[in-house]
Design a protein around this ligand. Sequence first.
Ligand code: 13P
Ligand code: SF4
Length: 351
Amino acid sequence: MDSSISFDDWYDRFNRFAGDLYPDRYTPEFVRELVDQGREVRSLAAQKNSVIVAHNYQYPELQEIAETVGDSLGLSKQVAEQSKPRVDFCGVWFMGETAKTIVGDKVKVYMPDHPGCSLVASIDHGRIRAWKEHNPDGLIISYINTDAKTKAMSDYICTSRNAAKIVSHAAAHHPGRRMLFLPDKYLGAVSLAQSGIDPELVDLYDGACHVHAKIGEFALEQALDLYPDAEILIHPECGCASTCLAKIMAGESEYQNAYYLSTDQMIRHAEASPVKEFIVGTESGMLYRLRKELPEKKFYPVHPDAVCEYMKMNTMEKLLDSLRNDRIEVNIDPETRQKAQAAIDRMLTIQ
Ligand code: 13P
Ligand code: SF4
């Protein structure tokens, strides 16, 4: 039996740090079930020599059971560096595909379910091909929230942590060449402004994430009314991203404490900041990680309904089933994988 998992500890943590995020979820009966399942997950993961990784938006119990919890870039790096023959990936499908692209045939990648992502769903391969036909010399910069086929059509991949850096790098190494940034229009606009490159050279795709798009200016203003001393941690996919940036640049006082950050950067920023209160503009799973790691600080969701139902399709029960029965394996055809890997590798060398 795995004694590192204790009912008292999980019951206390889940209710203390996530009780308001998932009301009525963590009853004693349910936590007891999670503890039993969690112990079996650990034992099967050890038997099968698997590393379990989880994105920051996963349910608290999956964050607890994982060896590493992180943002897209952090998880990609972790998967690239680990040496076990199996990865159990708790996240959405494009993340599992990214992991598989990086590790290739030497590692099997399993997922508890097959969750999509609204940003990935907004991509039309025909539009990308048409852009390339009009701009044969153009560069395609794709956010990591894309399917393997889109990554294979791309010159560079970026994440929310490094998008401005990748855009600047591409512009500096290929002066004068047109770029298509896809699929997220909010991340694209912020990265473009932060990189300082000529906006005339960049075409922005018009995709958006349905969870972040609803975090608009109004939600942020309401949160600021409630917590005027708080710093604002904004994921660049948010609907308020561009208007907020304009307010920062115009010197509006309430917005001088607003920061654009990937999910992992939010933790490092909050840790280093002397401020004690934060308004968090991203999916609610992030609040659990922030509150658990920095219990002396306070974190408020900017929007109470910012829940990604795709991320929440993964559960401990499904993870256990996956480890027992090797249910859902991620596979990519070799040609797509090779091309996608070249674009991801280009990003990883720019860090
Ligand atoms: P991060 O890379 O910041 O974790 O974001 C991934 C994501 O899906 C945001 O919705
Ligand atoms: Fe995709 Fe949005 Fe969910 Fe992130 S929060 S996985 S971008 S749907």
